[in-house]
Design a protein around this ligand. Structure first.
Ligand code: SAM
Length: 209
């Protein structure tokens, strides 16, 4: 079992320079998808190869995983994929990331660290302040996809997102109406493990209105 990284550690207060979209991607005008807590990025590699008409950005707090993912992008000459190291909350809240938030068309949070103890809830990626920040900064129509195998965490995330009136739940069967690509068609590493072990998956899609 890997040790979870404490995102509130002061190690993550310093943020690396965020390059412009045209430094990250060969066509900066494509729609942008962000995966928060992307681990080694396999899910994003699969998406980037499957649907080349979008750009993909991954944020991950474990530096070595990001370093390896970045090397793989260069090796494989993938032009629509970029990784940033750090605490996603700090990075997205930073003034130099404003252009990222403004350009996002969708965000996925797949199997975020659950932080089971109540006193550790503050380490969870989804916090009311973060959702308020997103609701004030995202374009209308931006989609948020959440997925977890921890029911308690699902209820916590759903409660926070749904209590913000700028986000509305989308029924899975109505998804096609929104004409977005569907990141859920690709399985993440954790999801493959969960399916193999026949555990439940709790998921929901929200739209910024
Ligand atoms: C349980 S793993 C899931 C990985 C992947 N999304 C999947 O579904 O296989 C959660 C990931 O989120 C990362 N993480 C946790 N808190 C984070 C934060 N505040 N910012 C960025 N990444 C974070 C962890 O390091 C870990 O790689």
């Amino acid at each position: 079992m890997r040790q979870h990284v404490n995102p509130l550690s002061s190690n993550f207060n310093q943020i690396e320079r965020i390059p412009s979209l045209s430094e990250m991607f060969s066509d900066s005008k494509l729609n942008l998808h962000l995966d928060i807590g992307c681990a080694a990025g396999e899910f994003l590699f699969d998406l980037a190869l499957d649907n080349t008409s979008w750009n993909y950005l991954g944020i991950e707090i474990r530096e070595k995983l990001v370093r390896n993912a970045k090397s793989k992008v260069i090796e494989r000459e993938i032009k629509n994929l970029y990784f940033v190291f750090g605490n996603a909350n700090n990075i997205l809240n930073d003034v130099q990331s404003k252009f990222i938030i403004k350009n996002l068309k969708s965000i996925s949070l797949n199997f975020p660290d659950p932080w089971f103890k109540k006193r550790h809830y503050k380490r969870r990626v989804i916090q009311s302040e973060f959702i308020d920040f997103l609701s004030n900064s995202l374009q209308k129509g931006t989609l948020i996809f959440i997925k977890t195998d921890v029911e308690d965490l699902f209820e916590y995330m759903d409660c926070i997102i749904s209590s913000n009136f700028c986000f509305q739940k989308i029924d899975k069967k109505d998804f096609n109406y929104y004409k977005s690509f569907n990141p859920n068609k690709i399985k993440t590493n954790r999801e493959k493990y969960v399916i193999l072990n026949q555990l439940d998956i709790f998921e929901r899609i929200y739209i910024k209105i």
